[in-house]
Design a protein around this ligand. Structure first.
Ligand code: NAP
Length: 638
């Protein structure tokens, strides 16, 4: 074991080790006497700690862990004051007071799962409550297991034949997540050994399916079943959900509440370009990759240079004879040298063998990634140069990222102007760059075409300059119809109102989850709950699901049949969100992206720090809702 420990310590994250050491010994002197950590964008993540000091910490951890393995018990869980000192130290800053409870919960140092719901079932006193979850992806799985913990009856309807959602559908070469694995995971699934620092699609699919299996969820799911319509029956106070099964038969399922967990990014967007459909060769969208089409030795046309193309272009470029890559707008490249790296064996060993290493490593990632770069995306109204940057800090990052691109293109200066965006950083989704993208663009067999596409024709793609770019295969990397929420089924609420008609192309919901006139209907990853630069979408899902379970608890507690958000509450929330988004880079009028709907409103993104979503979703406020029936006096107590 000693040899493994030595190897593991050699590459360990020292600030995390310093935290683990407190748990082993109860002593904090190594923190008290150390210089504050200073993290730099280009640093190694160890906060500029001197190598000698890092060696000292590692020697202490080694001695303490060996003693622990030999039988010495861990120190008691640190008290609140010590924990706060540790959090501040590892974060490298004095954590603002309103972040403390939020981060303490995320850290969950006592080993409990703080978001696990208390049982709702006993409060129902014989009344039936049945929840229908639409979708068995990351959010649907989470909802199901939380409802199981709460003792609430539920059923999932899923259009695909298995769990996994986005990670089941996106099978394009090179597909992986752009959030660190130790953060892009459920908070309650500790000590998970990840093979990559940023998980690949097969790893994530196996992870989500593994969680579903561990919680024995399959028996609650109707796979291969498509939801056509959810209709609220006012007389019965229940939802009637029409589905079509694998055998083509329609059926109506009933539920007291519906949780829509269908995601935002899964309905392919085929661009409004003249001639779509005219191409005579094989053609497919990145999210519907046709693996039966041989690309080797073929001339391939790719439309789009967003996050999906950014991953599959480098993966297929070496195989194809020639690629014409059509770029309308370049993405910002965020330097991430270790993007494709495996986790090292040392890290995995520590996660399994050094108590609390996993917790603190995740905490560190969470803090650094949560609201770390958020400030740089805020529009400074005093800042004059509004076109390509939104603030001095945003400009500073722009300069740094631009330099990194220029360095990579020292041998191809002709590409520089084509790949450096003219819009502010954070205006669109940034992509993680470890060099493979620009290497692909530099290849002799790849042409980055920035001329406007005029039309698609039988032989390929014609640009506005009249040039025909011939191709054997055409691939759309053109993203998703993100602003068309719940696009695949109708939702009919009180008074026969249809949700999409109400929205009229401008989806809104209170906290992204509930809309007036649609009682007991909850949306996950709904309007304005997407994030651009800060945090993981799984964190958002955990917050939303806690809120939904809290809402069901409120119904059980009060005996109310339905709850429906008040219109003024909903409208005031959306006005605040719009105001917030107008102050962020992605709300800048200079940028068009999938974050905005056709009316130009940012209907996808949460504009505030993560901590504000956490606070807002801790528990539903009964005053925000019309509780129909039951004993409303119990609402306050709930
Ligand atoms: P996307 O970011 O919306 O990119 C679509 C691309 O197609 C853009 O380059 C867009 O250009 C281009 N395009 C669209 N319509 C066009 C037209 N009419 N003519 C020419 N070009 C056109 O879609 P995506 O790449 O599939 O990514 C969507 C989101 O999914 C990401 O932002 C991310 O949130 C998520 N995602 C994440 C990962 C990951 O974790 N690594 C991977 C894939 C996807 P414009 O920019 O000019 O509109």
């Amino acid at each position: 074991m000693e040899a493994e420990l030595d190897r593991a310590l050699a590459t360990a994250h020292t600030p995390t080790l310093m935290m683990a050491l407190v748990h082993l010994t109860g002593d904090t002197s190594h923190i008290d006497n150390a210089p504050p950590l200073v993290y730099e964008m280009t640093g190694d993540g160890n906060g500029n700690l001197a190598p000698a000091l890092q060696d000292e910490v590692k020697a202490k951890v080694k001695a303490a862990l060996l003693a622990h393995k030999a039988g010495k018990p861990l120190a008691p869980v640190p008290n609140t004051a010590t924990l706060r000192k540790m959090m501040n130290y590892v974060a490298g800053v004095e954590i603002p007071p309103h972040y403390v409870p939020f981060l303490e919960e995320e850290l969950a140092i006592d080993g409990r799962d703080p978001k696990q719901p208390a049982p709702i079932a006993p409060k129902l006193k014989g009344r039936a409550m049945k929840v229908l979850i639409i979708g068995a992806g990351m959010s649907g799985i989470l909802t199901a297991l939380r409802l199981k913990q709460a003792g609430v009856d539920f059923q999932i309807v899923e259009k695909n034949p298995n769990f996994g959602g986005t990670w089941l559908e996106n099978l394009y070469p090179g597909c992986r997540v752009d959030n660190p694995s130790h953060m892009y995971s459920y908070s309650f699934e500790d000590n998970h050994v990840w093979p990559y620092l940023f998980s690949t699609q097969p790893v994530l699919l196996a992870y989500f399916q593994g969680v579903a299996k561990r919680h024995d969820l399959a028996k609650h799911v109707r796979f291969d079943t498509h939801v056509n319509e959810a209709r609220f029956d006012e007389a019965a106070n229940e939802w009637r959900v029409t589905v079509t099964g694998k055998d083509g038969k329609q059926e109506v399922l009933t539920a007291t509440a519906v949780v829509s967990a269908v995601g935002q990014l899964n309905q392919p967007n085929y661009p409004a370009i003249e001639g779509v459909g005219a191409f005579k060769g094989p053609t497919f969208h990145s999210a519907r990759w046709d693996h039966s089409v041989e690309l080797k030795g073929k001339d391939v046309a790719v439309i789009g240079t967003g996050a999906s193309a950014f991953q599959f272009v480098p993966a297929i470029a070496p195989d194809v004879a020639h690629m014409s890559l059509f770029q309308r707008t370049p993405p910002w490249l965020s330097p991430t040298l270790d993007y494709h790296n495996k986790t090292d064996d040392g890290m995995n060993w520590l996660i399994q063998n050094l108590p609390f290493y996993d917790k603190w490593y995740r905490f560190w990632l969470f803090w650094m990634g949560t609201d770390g770069v958020y400030e740089a995306m805020k529009i400074d109204p005093e800042w004059a140069d509004r076109k390509d940057a939104v603030s001095p800090l945003n400009h500073e990052l722009r300069t740094m990222f631009t330099e990194m691109v220029k360095m990579q293109l020292h041998d191809r200066p002709d590409l520089i102007d084509k790949v450096i965006p003219d819009y502010p950083l954070g205006g669109k989704r940034m992509v993680r760059d470890n060099g493979v993208w620009l290497d692909a663009l530099k290849r002799e067999n790849v042409d980055l075409v920035t001329d406007k596409i005029a039309r698609i024709v039988a032989e390929g793609v014609e640009t506005a300059d009249g040039k025909l770019h011939k191709a054997d295969v055409l691939i759309y990397g053109t993203g998703f119809k993100a602003s068309s929420f719940l696009d695949t089924y109708k939702v009919v609420g009180r008074g026969g109102k249809e949700l999409h008609e109400e929205w009229a192309g401008d989806a809104r919901a209170y906290l992204g989850m509930t809309a007036p006139g649609f009682p007991n209907f909850f949306i996950l990853y709904g309007p304005n709950t997407n994030i651009v630069v800060n945090g993981s979408i799984i964190f958002f899902s955990e917050c939303s699901v806690r809120y939904v379970v809290g809402a069901l608890d409120l119904l059980a507690e009060t005996g109310a049949a339905t709850m429906e958000v008040k219109k003024d509450v909903h409208d005031a929330f959306n006005a605040r969100v719009d105001e917030g988004n107008a102050k962020m880079a992605w709300g800048s009028p200079n940028v068009m992206s999938w974050y905005k709907n056709a009316l130009g409103r940012v209907s996808q993104n949460w504009p505030f720090p993560n901590v504000e979503y956490w606070q807002a979703t801790l528990k539903p406020n009964p005053d925000d809702f019309i509780l129909d029936g039951g004993d409303a006096t119990k609402a306050k107590a709930a």
